[in-house]
Design a binder for this molecule. Structure first.
Ligand SMILES: *[C@@H]1O[C@H](CO)[C@@H](O)[C@H](O)[C@H]1NC(C)=O
Length: 249
């Protein structure tokens, strides 16, 4: 079993050209991989736990039996579904293509493609994927069950505290609760709102933390993002990384 890199949301042709000419790429995601050979046929098993897919994903080079097929991913909204399909890249079997299709109320809203390089181990996942994600300007904290179904979480764009609205969601008694809260709510001596406190307690429980611990992280976050210079530096860096990886800088 070894680590493999994944570059998300790419244009396949441009991505392949860029790699062939040794230009930069983001490889912002890491998965685990096992190579398999069955009666002369090759394939891989991919493991991506904690991210979008909790089950092992089997991809055969010929696309035949053992192939996992379409996987229905969990989303934060009941009307939105995401379908994942994995197959070998037709022009270069060193890569697995991961097609993502998002549907809203059954109608296709967007399609994207990510690429996993399985022929070589990802030697510096911490240095590359981890560091890139530190700067990523959209943050999420998600709780999933053993099947990968999203149970609770929060997400927000990185901006100055006064401009950040945090989305909180959790399930209680089978009902999905969504709540938006201004990040400034967590600045000193905040007036407690019961529904927000309940959501935070639920999200903490679903992500293996205590309410106290999660609240303290949010207070730290609210203080951290009050610094306009810091926010500017992070968001500019994020934009520059995007441009470099698109080969436009
Ligand atoms: C497939 O991609 C790898 C890695 O970039 C490259 O070394 C190899 O030459 C490519 N093969 C083909 C057939 O284009």
């Amino acid at each position: 079993m070894y680590q493999v890199s994944c570059e998300e949301e790419v244009h396949i042709e441009k991505y392949h050209q860029r790699l062939s000419s040794n230009k930069g790429s983001l490889i912002e995601h890491v998965l685990l991989c096992i190579k398999i050979h069955i009666s002369g046929r090759s394939g891989v098993m991919l493991f991506d736990p904690g991210y979008h897919v909790s089950q092992p994903i089997t991809v055969m080079e010929d696309g035949l039996e053992l192939q996992t097929g379409i996987i229905y991913g969990s989303t934060t909204r009941p009307e939105v579904t995401r379908l994942y399909n994995y197959h070998y890249m037709a022009r270069n079997s060193s890569f697995i293509v991961w097609d993502v299709e998002e549907k809203r109320n059954g109608i296709t809203k967007s399609k994207s493609t990510s690429v996993i390089q399985h022929n070589k181990p990802f030697l510096s996942a911490t240095d590359i994927a981890e560091r890139r994600n530190l700067i990523y300007a959209f943050k999420t904290l998600l709780g999933r069950d053993a099947k990968g179904i999203l149970k609770c979480g929060l997400y927000f764009p990185v901006r100055e505290t006064s401009k950040v609205s945090l989305t909180l969601f959790h399930h209680a008694n089978g009902v999905l609760h969504n709540k938006k809260v201004a990040l400034s709510y967590f600045l000193s001596n905040y007036q407690k709102d019961d529904s927000i406190e309940e959501a935070i307690a639920n999200i903490a429980a679903g992500t293996g933390r205590t309410g106290e611990n999660l609240r303290s992280s949010l207070v730290t976050l609210a203080h951290l993002l009050e610094d306009p210079k810091f926010v500017m530096e992070v968001t500019n860096l994020d934009k520059e990384i995007e441009l470099i990886s698109k080969n436009e800088l």
